[in-house]
Design a protein. Structure first.
Ligand code: XMP
Length: 504
């Protein structure tokens, strides 16, 4: 039983899925043109047609399988989704130009969708097309001062369309509108963190039986929660934590203490020397990532053989990865993200992916229920290749130390100022630049460290965090005072795009 969201390419599709889950309704995202069999398999209790960048009147505009309209389920069309409904049932959609953009207010709003809301209701619209003629028998259920058809309903009220985006924060009552849709559709609200945990624990137990599971732990929330889940489920597991010598200050002890205390069977592999030699002389970012990926696989393979046999390899795959591989828009390979992929076939593992239906915030909730320490659960994301991608140029032990200390000071300053959670991620980068300064009465030719802090939701886009000048000042003073090799500190004020979060 699920709310099926058919994705027509809107940047907000995942947000619709997350909002439904926040309202305790299980949701799945399928490509907009998914055949009816796939939609039926997902057992929809309601369907949402997402927004999208196209116009329904364009040749080749994506449309759902027409058999969808034969299903006995309520359908909500959002923006492009509403245009699809209007066009399919005989209405007219035209390009209305700029008039349909931005924030606006509903001057009137009626019916179950707007239950409990009093106009004016603030809404956010982001499409140039509008419905100018309704299908036969349909009615307008909401209007702005300039657009009479901002929300529409079929005669039986089972097909609903909204021109605006209830899923975005700029529609402050959007969650209420979506909740009203779920109520009107009779969608069960049983998707809670407690039930999720129960479900995935039972599934993992049933699937693994008495066999053994191997997993890699990076210290991040996903893999740590996964290790904890297996431990709590009583699954026979070995969690391998590869210390590649590129971890943040204090990270290894935090992970080891945190997980062992909770019953995880954790093996830490000391591989610092090995990674350092593999990285010697490498300057190119992609070559660095590849060298690290290769070394990870080699270390992991050795440990698997030493402690095997294992039937399963557990991975912290999340729902966004599943959506992506389900055939949405293809994403360009900007950076080769490292994980232990490539291993399963080679070693004859079966994959175990208990989080494959969860979003990151849902994993964080599950982790909370499992008792994962907040120091791990709420920490900023950290890349698999570790500090190596924050050292521009060659990775040497001296340079690792400089960036590790800078990072530790920056994070400490953020915490002291209560600003750690103002940033989604914060980091220090050692640039290959040296600059002139003075220390005491002497000329100093020191390294330039760049600080970066960003706000983001899912790392796909990010903005630079508007940290206070006091925080930045404190960080710069402490870094230059406590790390003599550093002569200058700069703050990165580039958003993503065009930059990425990490510098390499
Ligand atoms: P970028 O730099 O691509 O980073 O904007 C987006 C997010 O991903 C993290 N990141 C990685 N995580 N392996 C990972 O597990 C990697 O190779 C990797 N590269 C970047 C980065 O820290 C940010 O949170």
């Amino acid at each position: 039983m699920s709310v099926v969201i058919l994705d027509f390419g809107s940047q907000y599709t995942r947000l619709i899925a997350r909002r439904m889950r926040e309202l305790n309704a299980f949701s799945v995202v399928l490509p907009g043109t998914a055949p009816i069999e796939r939609i039926r398999e997902a057992a929809p209790t309601a369907v949402v047609l997402s927004g999208g960048p196209r116009s329904v009147f364009e040749a080749g505009a994506p449309k759902p399988d027409d058999a969808l309209y034969g299903l006995e389920v309520p359908i909500l069309g959002v923006c492009y989704g509403m245009h699809l409904l209007a066009e399919r049932f005989g209405g007219r959609v035209i390009d209305a130009g700029e008039r349909s953009y931005g924030s606006d207010r509903l001057a009137h709003a009626d019916g179950p969708l707007f239950e409990g809301l009093e106009p004016p209701v603030a809404i956010w619209m982001s499409h140039a097309d509008a419905v100018t003629e309704l299908p036969e028998g349909w009615s307008s259920i909401a209007a702005t001062a300039t657009n009479p058809n901002v929300a529409v309903a079929s005669p039986d009220g089972r097909r609903l369309g909204v021109q605006f985006h209830p899923e975005v924060v700029h529609t402050p009552d959007g969650a209420r509108i979506l909740s009203n849709f779920l109520d009107a559709s009779g969608v069960p609200r049983d998707w809670t963190p407690e039930r999720n945990l129960e479900r995935i624990t039972e599934d993992a137990r049933a699937r693994v039986g008495g066999d053994r599971v191997l997993l890699g732990v990076s210290g991040g929330v996903d893999s740590s929660a996964l290790a904890l889940l297996l431990a709590r489920a009583g699954v026979d597991h070995l969690a391998v934590f590869v210390d590649h010598g590129l971890l943040r200050a204090g990270e290894r002890a935090e992970v080891e203490d945190g997980l062992r205390a909770l019953g995880v069977n954790l093996l830490t592999v000391d591989a610092g020397e090995r990674f350092l030699s593999a990285l010697a002389g490498i300057v190119d970012p992609e070559a660095k990532r590849k060298a690290i990926g290769r070394e990870f696989v080699a270390v992991f393979r050795e440990e698997a053989q030493r402690h095997g046999p294992f039937r399963f390899l557990a991975q912290g795959t999340l729902y966004p990865d599943v959506i992506e591989s389900a055939g949405g828009e293809g994403a360009a390979n900007i950076k080769s993200h490292h994980n232990v992929g490539g291993l399963p076939e080679e070693l004859g593992f079966e994959l175990l992916e208990p989080f494959r239906m969860l979003f990151k915030d849902e994993v964080r909730e599950v982790a909370r229920l499992l008792g994962l320490p907040d120091a791990i659960r709420l920490r900023h994301p950290f890349p698999g290749p570790g500090l190596a991608v924050r050292i521009l140029g060659e990775v040497t032990s001296e340079r690792i130390e400089i960036v590790r200390k800078s990072d530790a000071i920056f994070l400490e300053v953020l915490r002291e100022h209560g600003a750690y959670h103002d940033a989604w991620q914060a980091l220090a980068v050692l640039t290959p630049i040296q600059s002139v300064g003075v220390a005491g009465d002497e000329r100093r030719y020191g390294h330039v460290v760049a600080l970066r802090a960003v706000t983001s939701v899912d790392a796909m886009t990010a903005d630079w965090a508007r940290l206070s000048h006091e925080v930045l000042d404190d960080a710069a003073r402490r870094i230059t005072r406590e790390i003599p090799e550093v002569g200058r500190v700069v703050y990165d004020i580039t958003s993503k795009p065009p930059a990425t979060i990490e510098w390499e």
